[in-house]
Design a protein around this ligand. Structure first.
Ligand code: NAP
Length: 308
C-alpha cells in the first residue's frame, strides 16, 4: 500500500459519497481502516471506535473525522494526541473555542490540522476571488435554499444543539464568502426561524457588512422543494458576478467563465496531503464565527414543528 495511510471515523453519507471515492482516486492516499459504530464493509478493516482503530488497526498517519460536529472535538483530541494528522469535516466543531483548542493541540503535537471547507474547492471559487480582489463591491446576495428531507434524511443530529440546522448547508456559503471577499465581513443582524420541537433553525436571514460598508445579506432555507438554490450574486462597480450550484458555476457580466462539477473533495485531499508534506496546518474558524454571531444576534421566531 503506497500513499499516506488514513483512517476515516464515521461512515455516513459524506464518507461514502465523497471521502472514500476521492481517496481511492488519489495515489497520494491509501485508505487503511475505518471506525464505525455500525458493521460496515468498505473493503478495509473496520473498528467500532477511533480508539480501537488506533490500538488494534494497521498503522495510520492521518484521520478524517466525518462524524456530526457534536462529537468531533473528542475524537480530534484523541487523534491529535496519538500523533495523527487530522482532517476535520465542516463545521470544524460546535464552537469557535473548540477549534482554537484543537489548533493549540496540533501545534503541541507537531501534526497537521485541516479545517476543511469543501465549498471553497468548488470550481468557480478561485477565479471569483481573483476577479473580486481589486473591485469595489457594492452588494452581496446569498441564496442557499435546499430540501432537508432530500439531502439529510434521518440526520437527527442536525436538529439538536450544535447541529446548526439550516446553517449546516448555510455555512458552506459563508465559507465561500469569507474566502472571496477582499475584506473581512461581520454580522450586524440576523433572524432565525426555529421549529417548536427542535433546537436549530429551519430558516435564517443574516445581515453582514465590512469596512467598505458593503451590503451583504444571506437567506438560508431548509424547506425548499423543487429547484434547489445555492447561489451568491455580487454587484461591483463594473459587472455582476454570480456563483451558482454551490460555486461549481461562475458567471461574470452574464458570460459563463467556469463550469465544472465534482472538484471539491479531490481538491480537499490534494490540499491535505500538501499540508502534511510541508508540515503546516490550515485552520480557519471564520465561517463558524459568523454562524456563532448570527446565533448571538439573531431574533428568534418559533415556527411550526419539523416532522420528517
Ligand atoms: P451522517 O450521514 O449522519 O453520517 C455521520 C456519521 O457519523 C454516522 O453515520 C455515524 O457513522 C457517525 N457518528 C458518530 N457519532 C455519531 C452520533 N452521535 N450521531 C450520529 N452519527 C454519529 O452525516 P453526514 O452527512 O455524513 O455529515 C457528517 C459531517 O459531514 C457533518 O459535519 C456534515 O456537515 C459534513 N458534510 C456533509 C455533507 C453532505 O452532503 N451530507 C457534505 C459536506 C460535509 P457510523 O455509524 O459509521 O459510526
Amino acid at each position: 500500500m503506497t500513499g499516506i495511510k488514513i483512517g476515516i471515523v464515521g461512515v455516513g453519507k459524506i464518507a461514502r459519497d465523497q471521502h472514500i471515492p476521492s481517496l481511492a482516486a488519489d495515489p497520494d492516499w491509501a485508505l487503511a481502516a475505518v471506525a464505525s459504530r455500525a458493521h460496515v464493509d468498505v473493503g478495509v478493516p473496520a473498528f467500532p471506535s477511533l480508539e480501537a482503530m488506533l490500538e488494534q488497526g494497521p498503522t495510520i498517519d492521518a484521520v478524517a473525522l466525518c462524524t456530526p460536529p457534536q462529537v468531533r472535538w473528542r475524537t480530534a483530541v484523541a487523534a491529535l494526541n496519538a500523533g495523527k494528522h487530522v482532517f476535520l469535516e465542516k463545521p470544524p466543531g460546535v464552537s469557535v473555542g473548540e477549534v482554537r483548542d484543537l489548533a493549540a493541540l496540533a501545534a503541541d503535537n507537531k501534526v497537521t490540522l485541516f479545517t476543511s471547507w469543501h465549498s471553497r474547492f468548488a470550481a468557480g471559487v478561485p477565479t471569483a476571488k481573483a476577479w473580486l480582489a481589486d473591485r469595489r463591491i457594492r452588494r452581496v446576495d446569498i441564496q442557499w435554499r435546499e430540501d432537508v428531507r432530500r439531502w439529510h434524511p434521518g440526520q437527527t443530529w442536525i436538529w439538536e444543539a450544535g447541529g446548526l440546522g439550516v446553517f449546516d448547508p448555510g455555512i458552506n456559503a459563508l465559507s465561500i464568502l469569507t474566502e472571496i471577499m477582499p475584506r473581512e465581513v461581520f454580522v450586524t443582524g440576523a433572524a432565525l426561524d426555529i421549529p417548536a420541537n427542535v433546537q436549530s433553525p429551519v430558516a435564517a436571514h443574516i445581515e453582514m457588512t465590512d469596512l467598505d460598508a458593503t451590503t451583504i445579506s444571506a437567506d438560508f432555507d431548509f424547506l425548499q422543494t423543487g429547484p434547489q438554490t445555492w447561489s451568491i450574486e455580487i454587484e461591483t462597480d463594473t459587472e455582476k458576478l454570480c456563483l451558482s450550484l454551490g460555486g461549481a458555476v461562475l458567471d461574470i457580466g452574464g458570460r459563463r467563465i467556469v463550469e465544472a462539477a465534482d472538484t471539491e473533495y479531490p481538491g480537499l485531499y490534494r490540499r491535505f496531503s500538501a499540508l502534511i508534506r510541508s508540515g503546516q496546518s490550515d485552520i480557519d474558524v471564520r465561517p463558524l464565527a459568523l454562524v456563532a454571531d448570527a446565533f448571538l444576534l439573531g431574533r428568534r421566531t418559533l415556527v411550526e414543528p419539523f416532522v420528517e
